[in-house]
Design a protein around this ligand. Structure first.
Ligand code: FE2
Length: 143
């Protein structure tokens, strides 16, 4: 495995904390998307919300794996984003709020990735970043 030399490399504890924060956010996103998909069955936007939910679950699994590979126990918390998002009754408004949460994830990843030395972790987080940018755009075009 090739370790890249990076400026301002992140320490192990700081990396685990950042990954756990992302995991809590993704878990919240997955729950919001799951409940929303169940509430809007048959709606034009339902397939998109289901795909977002599957992506959010995928990133939860990836983060669980990376945190475990670093020898730590993953957080079991669901981010409070969940409560805030699910309280929004109107579908379009809720999806735009979900998009703002996804935008927060993008900004966190953009700051985090350049500081990670381990190339395998970097590439997995980069895939998560790319997918988030794509899903934000799909929601913007869809709602
Ligand atoms: Fe997400």
């Amino acid at each position: 495995m090739h370790d890249l030399s990076v400026s301002n490399p992140i320490s192990g504890d700081e990396l685990v904390a950042a990954l756990n924060e992302l995991l809590e956010a993704e878990r919240a996103g997955a729950r919001v998307a799951l409940e929303t998909a169940n509430q809007i069955k048959g709606h034009d936007l339902a397939p998109l919300v289901v795909e977002i939910q599957q992506d959010e679950v995928r990133w939860c699994k990836m983060l669980l794996g990376v945190i475990g590979s670093l020898g730590h126990s993953p957080s079991t918390i669901t981010g409070d984003f969940y409560e805030k998002a699910i309280a929004i009754e109107e579908l379009k408004e809720r999806l735009l709020f979900l998009n703002r949460g996804q935008g927060w994830v993008v900004r966190r990843l953009e700051k985090l990735i350049p500081r990670i030395q381990e190339s395998n972790i970097r590439s997995q987080l980069q895939a998560m970043l790319d997918a988030h940018i794509q899903n934000i755009q799909r929601v913007e075009e869809g709602v």
